[in-house]
Structures are given as C-alpha cells and as structure tokens.
Write a protein that binds this ligand. Structure first.
Ligand code: NAP
Length: 245
C-alpha cells in the first residue's frame, strides 16, 4: 500500500502501459484519475477500482488544464503525474510528412509539457510531487522514427531540467524508457510492416538478453518505484527497462 492517501493522474491510461500503471496505483491504495483521448477506454479501466475517468487530448492546453483541475477538485489533491499518452507515425525521413512530425511531437513532447506545467502548481503548493514521463529506447535512435526518437530524447532532457527546477519543492521528476512492450503500439508496428505479431515478438525477444518481450506490468513496476517514497532521493534520472543493458 505504497500510495495510500495519495492521488495519481495517469495520461494515456485507457490501454497498455498507462492502464497497467493506473491499476497498480489503485491496488496500492491511491485514488486514481484515468485519462485517455476517449472516455470509453478510460472508463473501462477506472470502473473496476472506482477511479475517475477523464477524456483529454494532452496536446490541447485547455483540456489538460481542465483535466488537472478536475482531478484536484474531485479527488482532493495531486501527488503523482505519469504521462503515457503516445502515438507513433513512423516513416523514413524522405517520406515523413509535416503532419507525421507535428502529431508525434505534439502528443509526446508538448503534451507532457502541458501536463507537467499544469500539475506543478499543485505539487509546489503541497511541497510534494512525483512525475514520471514515458521515454523509450528509441531516444537512442531508431530507423523510421525521427519524430518519435526526437520526442523521447526530448522528454529525458525535460525531466532533467524539471528535476533541477522543482527539486527545492520536493518534487521528483524522472523518465522510464521501455524497449519492446506487448501493447497495441507494437501490434500496430507489426501490422504496418505486414508481419505476423507472434513472429514479430519472437524476433524481438531473440535480440533481448532476457529472451522475452516486456509486459505493461514490467514498466508499471518501475514507474511505481519512481513514484514511491522508496526513491525519494532519485530525480532527473532515466531508467531503461528493456530486458538488458
Ligand atoms: P498504447 O497501448 O497505444 O496506449 C497509448 C494511449 O495513449 C492510448 O490509449 C491512446 O489513445 C492514448 N493517446 C494517444 N494520443 C493521445 C492524446 N493526444 N491525448 C491523450 N491520450 C492519447 O501504447 P503503450 O505501448 O501503452 O505506450 C504508452 C507509452 O509508452 C507511450 O508514450 C509510448 O511511446 C511509450 N513506449 C511504449 C513502448 C512499447 O513497446 N509499447 C516502448 C517504449 C515506449 P487511443 O487509443 O484513443 O489512440
């Protein structure tokens, strides 16, 4: 029960890594706001544990500010922010459109900026806060992902900067960078490449030292550690969670 008495807000929590994170927070005692682009998936996840489902496009400032205000109003405070909302629009550079670039940068980078800026006000007032942003191994470079890798590397820089700015208010800011995780996102990549998903996973697993792909719970466990008081002296760090170095 590491999160008893705490309030957590998770974006992109209608599916995948965000959903697993929201469920873990709730299991460990937190009141959880489950946010996603559409209300349907958010409600499906929040329903079983009585969480607050909020529809929010994280790239829209007004929607983000209203999501944070609703969380504080209805759940009482805001202690934890985890930004999982994400999309991919992969293409080699010469085929990548302005729209592919903008959509990915707006969702991951601007979206996290808007969420962090809206959340920090409450965390600074309370002199307590934990933020975790979802980066990726793609931050190190990945063919066909100029937009996504730029966003994911950018998030690591943003987290380090916010750790410096907000440390004096007892707010920790870190990133978690998963490798291959079994979610709709990797399923979509397989579909785009015209590869069977089971074969795609086997191929990925053979390249991973632990010889398996990640599950959303593998990532949620590390996020929860970084949002717990066990890691209260860890800030501005990135943890790669990829079954190997
Ligand atoms: P996922 O299952 O596709 O979940 C992402 C969620 O974000 C979806 O519910 C999606 O809603 C939502 N979303 C998309 N655009 C949004 C927006 N503008 N505003 C609010 N929500 C939005 O993906 P996942 O694999 O769990 O990914 C979670 C995070 O981990 C992402 O940041 C991703 O980049 C990162 N990550 C994933 C992997 C991996 O292997 N899966 C690896 C490294 C990093 P809709 O379904 O309605 O579009």
């Amino acid at each position: 029960m590491r999160f008893e008495g705490k309030v957590a807000l998770v974006t992109g929590a209608g599916r995948g890594i965000g959903a697993a994170t929201a469920q873990l927070f709730a299991k460990e005692g937190a009141k959880v706001a489950v946010s996603d682009l559409d209300e349907g998936p958010a409600k499906e996840i929040a329903g079983p544990f009585g969480g607050l489902a909020i529809a929010c496009d994280v790239s829209n400032r007004a929607q983000v500010e209203s999501m944070v205000e609703r969380t504080v109003k209805e759940l009482g405070r805001l202690d934890v922010l985890v930004t999982c909302a994400g999309i991919i629009r992969d293409n080699l550079l010469f085929k990548m459109t302005d729209e592919d670039w903008d959509a990915v940068i707006d969702t991951h980078l601007k979206g996290t900026f808007l969420c962090a800026r809206a959340a920090q006000k409450h965390m600074v007032d309370n002199k307590y806060g934990k933020m975790v942003f979802l980066s990726s191994t793609s931050a190190l470079g990945n063919r066909g992902q100029a937009n996504y890798s730029a966003a994911k590397a950018g998030l690591q820089g943003m987290a380090r900067t916010l750790a410096i700015e907000l440390g004096q208010y007892n707010v920790n800011v870190n990133t978690v960078a998963p490798g291959f995780v079994e979610t709709r996102m990797t399923r979509a990549t397989a579909e785009r490449m015209g590869v069977d998903y089971e074969a795609f996973k086997l191929g990925a697993a053979s390249q991973i030292p632990l010889r398996r792909v990640g599950q959303p719970q593998d990532i949620a466990n590390v996020i929860a550690f970084l949002c717990s008081d066990e890691s209260s002296f860890v800030s501005g760090q990135n943890i790669y969670v990829r079954g190997g170095p």
